[in-house]
Ligand binder design. Sequence first.
Ligand code: GAR
Length: 220
Amino acid sequence: MSTAAPVKLGVLISGEGTNLQAMIDAVARGELCADLRVVIANRAEAGGLRRAERARIPCEVISHRDFTTREDFDRALVRALQSHEVELVACAGFMRLLSPVMLRAFPNRILNIHPALCPAFPGVDAVRQALAYGARFTGCTVFFVTEGVDDGPVIIQAVVPILPEDDEASLAARIHAEEHRIYPYAIRLYQEGRLEVRGRKVLIRDYPPAASVALINPRP
Ligand code: GAR
């Protein structure tokens, strides 16, 4: 475990919050040194709010429907995050595009996860898109948020095979399992001060030994 201070984390969600749960569990296991300051949902029905409550993390609901512009919605997000002294923002199934208002308030301090190997299959329905395309591999990506859709500098990716018998549910489950491993790890790299954004690229200090073998599916 790093000796750096715990990262003060704010998590934005819209849905089930299984990635939020992975962060909560990683902190509980001592694998992630983070202080979960607040969970903010843009939907009161977001299942992840119950997970936050169970873990005794402060929660807020800020509905985008209460604002006429994206910027006004983002200003409310910024106010809430700053009032909880958040340093790093993790979008975890947060289905809203962020405007420059948020990006300026947290420069290179907003992460997101996408269920595909960026830049493939951006936007919604990434799992369905990969199946419909007939790809042999897909996966998930944690990246720094920019103004574009799922196209910021990449921190970490996991590759997941697509099997002949897969449907959307089975493939989504396989991707989710990898998301739950790589998202807490990406936050840990940030907390340890090992990430540096240089243009499109993210440099990682003390890069761990990387796999250098090709993945082939189906294997010859
Ligand atoms: C995750 O699979 C995440 O990659 C996806 O939403 C899901 C949220 O699951 N995000 C996107 O598609 C962003 N474009 P969760 O609420 O169980 O963490």
